[in-house]
Design a protein around this ligand. Structure first.
Ligand code: XMP
Length: 565
C-alpha cells in the first residue's frame, strides 16, 4: 500500500461530487443527454486541441492528489495534463513533452493487478519524477527492492523530516532538513542500479532517490500544503531539471486561444448559453474576442434568478462587453412546469428539460448555426477520461458534453477545457472582465427552485429573493463576500409561531447558509460574526413580510451538501 488517504488536508477533498458551482449550463446538457439517451458520448469533432506548450504529463495512478500536482505545476506557469496510468506514447504526442510525473496511488507494487508505468516513460528521453507510489514503481520496474508493510517498519503517515544526503537539483535552494508529508505503507529497501539515495528520513533510508539520467523518486507528497517546501521542489523539477521557462501564462493563453478559435470557427456562426456564471462568461468573452459578431449569446431568464440578476447579466454582457445577446424571459414557462412539484430531483429534471426546449427554440430562430461554445473545465475533462486500468476505473465518467449539440448537430467550442477554475478567473481578468462577474459566488443552474423547499410559486420566490438580497447586502457590507464560497438564504417549508406587536404570527422560517470551500466538493459552514448574523436576522424579520424566524445552518459538507435540495 503506497498512498492511503491523507487525513484532513485543507488542500483537496477526499471525494468528488461535482466540479464547481458554476456548472449550470453543463448540468442542463447532462439532463438533455439523459433525456436523449446519449450519456457518455462526447463529440470531439471541432474541439480545440491545447496550445502546443512545453508540457509535463502527470500519469495518475489513482491518488486523490493528482489534480493537486497538476495545479501546483500550473501555478509555476507550466502547462501539464493528467493522463491515465496506461497512457500510450501517442496519448502525449500532442504535447511538447519535457517531463513526466508518476503520481501516488492506493495500490502496492506487489498486488496482482497493480498498475505499472508504461515502458515508454523510461525511454522518452525526458526527466521523470515518481511521487510515493510513483517512486515505488520506479524502484520496482527498474530493478530495486520495495518492501511491503509486513516486511519491515515501512509505514509512515503524517509529518516526517527528511535530510539531504547530497546536493541534488531537486533540492536546489531548499533546507538541508525539511518537514514533509508522508503517506505510505511500502518503502524502498534497495535502489535500482544506477540510483542513489538523495535524502533519508527516520523510517526510510531512501526517502528520495535519483540517477544520473534525470529519474527521481520521492516518498513524500510535495503537492500538499503540509510539505512547506514542496511547491518549490516541484518548481525545481519543472524549471531546474526539465529546463522549462514557465510560458503558460493567462496572457499567452488568451492570445493562443483566440487564434485557435478563429481557425476552428472560420466564418461559421457560434451560439453560447450565458448563465451569469464565470465559466460561460469567460467562454463567451474569448469567443467574442476571436470572432466578434459571429457569436450570439442566449440568456434565458427562468424566473428562478436572484433579485436584479437578469438586469445585471444584460448590463454587463450587452452594454459593457458588447455581445450580441438574445434575452428570453421564460419565467411563466418554468413556473408552470414546476407547479406542484416538491421532489428536488424532479425539479432539476423539469428545469433542465425546459431550458433545452427554450434554448433550442431560440437557437432555431437564428437560422444556420455551426458551433456551440460552452465552458467545460479541465476537471470535467479529466473525469471523462476512461481507461481499462484498475486505477483509472475509479474516475467517474462525467457527462457534460454531448446531448444538446448531438441533437442540434453543432460542433463544440470549448476554450476552457484545459483550465482549472482559478485559471479561468485569471484569464477573465486578463480579458478585462469586471470583478462582479469573475468573483461571483457560484449559483446553481436550477436557481432558487432548489432553495424554496417544497413547491415553488412566484410568491415564495419573491419572499426568498427579498431575504436573499438582505443576506447578500449584509455579507458584502461586512467585506465577507469574497471570503465565502457561497452565502444565501433558503426558504424552508416550515412555519413557526411568533409574536409581532403583541400579535400572534404563524409564518415562514428562513435559513441562512454560508460556507467556505476550495471547490465545492467539501465545505465548512462559515463562522460568520454574530453581529452580521444578528443584522441579517433582524432585517429579514422586519423587512420581509411573512417571515418571522431566521435560523443559521451549521452543517458541513459532508455530511450535508451546500444546497438544501
Ligand atoms: P452541493 O449542494 O451538491 O453543491 O453541495 C455543490 C455546488 O454545486 C452547486 N450546485 C449546482 N450547480 N446545477 C449547478 O449548476 C445544479 O443542479 C447544482 N446543484 C448544486 C452548488 O451551488 C454548489 O456550489
Amino acid at each position: 500500500m503506497a498512498d492511503e488517504p491523507i487525513p484532513t488536508s485543507p488542500q483537496e477533498p477526499t471525494h468528488r461530487v461535482s466540479t464547481s458551482g458554476d456548472i449550470e449550463v453543463s448540468t442542463y446538457l447532462e439532463i438533455a443527454q439523459e433525456r436523449e439517451g446519449v450519456r457518455g458520448k462526447s463529440r470531439k469533432d471541432g474541439a480545440l486541441s491545447p496550445p502546443r506548450h512545453e508540457a509535463i504529463a502527470v500519469l495518475d495512478f489513482g491518488s486523490q492528489y493528482s489534480r493537486l500536482i497538476a495545479r501546483r505545476i500550473r501555478e509555476h506557469h507550466v502547462y501539464c495534463e493528467i493522463l491515465p496510468p496506461d497512457a500510450t506514447r501517442e496519448a502525449v504526442a500532442h504535447l511538447d513533452l519535457r517531463g513526466i510525473i508518476l503520481s501516488g496511488g492506493p495500490a502496492s507494487v506487489y498486488e496482482e493487478d497493480a498498475p505499472l508505468a508504461p515502458a515508454w516513460v523510461f525511454d522518452a528521453g525526458v526527466p521523470v519524477l515518481g511521487i510515493c507510489y510513483g517512486m515505488q514503481l520506479i524502484a520496482h520496474q527498474l530493478g530495486g527492492k520495495v518492501s511491503g508493510e509486513s516486511g519491515s517498519h515501512a509505514r509512515e503517515y503524517g509529518f516526517a523530516v527528511i535530510r539531504k544526503n547530497e546536493r541534488s537539483p531537486l533540492f536546489d535552494g531548499l533546507d538541508d532538513e525539511m518537514p514533509v508529508w508522508m503517506s505510505h505503507g511500502d518503502r524502498i529497501d534497495a535502489t535500482p542500479p544506477g540510483f542513489r539515495s538523495i535524502a533519508y528520513s527516520e523510517n526510510s533510508p531512501i526517502a528520495a532517490m535519483a540517477n544520473d539520467a534525470g529519474i527521481f523518486g520521492i516518498q513524500f507528497h510535495p503537492e500538499v500544503a503540509h510539505t512547506p517546501q514542496g511547491s518549490q521542489m516541484l518548481r525545481n523539477f519543472t524549471h531546474g531539471v526539465c529546463g522549462l521557462r514557465g510560458t503558460w501564462t493567462p496572457g499567452n493563453f488568451v492570445a493562443e486561444t483566440v487564434e485557435h478559435i478563429r481557425t476552428q470557427v472560420g466564418d461559421g456562426k457560434v451560439i453560447c448559453a450565458l448563465s451569469g456564471g464565470v465559466d460561460s462568461a469567460v467562454t463567451a468573452k474569448l469567443v467574442h474576442e476571436a470572432v466578434g459578431d459571429q457569436l450570439t449569446c442566449i440568456f434565458v431568464n427562468n424566473g428562478l434568478l436572484r433579485r436584479e440578476e437578469p438586469e445585471r447579466v444584460r448590463d454587463v454582457f450587452q452594454r459593457s462587453v458588447g455581445l450580441k445577446l438574445v434575452y428570453v424571459d421564460a419565467t411563466e414557462r418554468f413556473l408552470s412546469v414546476l407547479a406542484g412539484v416538491t421532489d428536488p430531483e424532479e425539479k432539476r429534471k423539469r428545469i433542465g428539460a425546459e431550458f433545452i426546449d427554450v434554448f433550442e427554440e431560440q437557437a432555431g430562430a437564428l437560422g444556420e448555426v455551426d458551433f456551440l461554445a460552452q465552458g467545460t473545465l479541465y476537471p470535467d475533462v479529466i473525469e471523462s477520461q476512461t481507461s481499462d486500468s484498475s486505477a483509472a476505473h475509479k474516475i467517474k465518467t462525467h457527462h457534460n458534453v454531448g446531448g444538446l449539440p448531438d441533437r442540434m448537430r453543432l460542433k463544440l467550442v470549448e476554450p476552457l477545457r484545459f483550465l482549472f477554475k482559478d485559471e479561468v478567473r485569471l484569464v477573465g481578468a486578463e480579458l478585462g472582465m469586471p470583478p462582479v462577474v469573475l468573483n461571483r459566488q457560484p449559483f446553481p443552474g436550477p436557481g432558487l427552485a432548489i432553495r424554496v423547499i417544497g413547491d415553488v410559486t412566484y410568491d415564495k420566490l419573491e419572499v426568498l429573493r427579498a431575504a436573499d438580497w438582505i443576506v447578500m447586502d449584509e455579507i458584502k457590507a461586512d467585506g465577507l463576500y469574497d471570503k465565502l464560497w457561497q452565502s444565501f438564504a433558503v426558504l424552508t417549508d416550515t412555519r413557526t409561531v411568533g409574536v409581532m406587536g403583541d400579535q400572534r404570527t404563524y409564518q415562514h422560517v428562513v435559513a441562512i447558509r454560508a460556507v467556505t470551500s476550495e471547490d465545492a466538493m467539501t465545505a465548512d459552514w462559515a463562522r460568520l460574526p454574530y453581529d452580521t448574523l444578528a443584522r441579517i436576522s433582524n432585517r429579514i424579520v422586519n423587512e420581509v413580510a411573512s417571515v418571522n424566524r431566521v435560523v443559521y445552518d451549521i452543517t458541513s459538507k459532508p455530511p450535508g451538501t451546500i444546497e438544501w435540495e
